[in-house]
Design a protein around this ligand. Sequence first.
Ligand code: MF3
Ligand code: CO
Length: 248
Amino acid sequence: MIIIKSHDEIKRMAEACRIVAEVLDGIRENIAPGVATIELDGFAETFICKRGARPAFKGYRGYPASVCTSINEQVVHGIPSSIKLGEGDIVSLDIGVYYKGFYGDAAVTLPVGKINERAGRLLFTTEKALQSGIEKAVPGRRLSDVSAAIQCCAEAEGFSVVRSFVGHGIGRELHEEPQIPNFGKDGKGPELREGMTLAIEPMVNAGGWEVEILEDGWTAVTKDGSLSAHFEHTIAITKDGNIVLTKL
Ligand code: MF3
Ligand code: CO
């Protein structure tokens, strides 16, 4: 069942989402060659706790950190470590916050120093795919209109969308119904309505869409070793459109 939130609930959710946006904004300035991903995790955790919030991912199904940091061919759920970012890498940062009863969830993929043209195009396209999905997330549309728009945008550039991880409803739980695939035909699934709150999160690979999980049980990587990017926003559907809650 998709849970419809009241105006008041969305206002409170917006506070959790604002903290997510602030952490992602702050973490940007810490991205540079030579920085270890565990340092980024420390920055985020300190920031979140100072705001009186809780990192939503830590302890979720046993996940050991506050942030997911996925480098290059890593798709999602990379675990922060002492491994340092290198010039020309791309790094995906995925952050969830719990604050006063509500969750917020967002991700960005950032360049480390100067990246090559293909990597740049992957980041640009994945963010554009997220944007085109968000544009479809309005009352009267069907859920798979969002999925189809994302897939279309990514594949138009010759990239592929990951199948085995999807977006989701969000609110009083980190993961609520519905699941939001980043692929599929439009015109299907539930009709979108005011008060739905969704985390839309395309993962786009430069090569094939297949992924596998590393031995740590978390890190998803592309099967062919190609680069992967991930952008995510938490949004609320309003009477005549939507608001992106995880944007400053
Ligand atoms: N944005 C991802 C999701 O919604 C991140 C979850 S990471 C986990 O599933 F550690 F919490 F699993
Ligand atoms: Co999510």
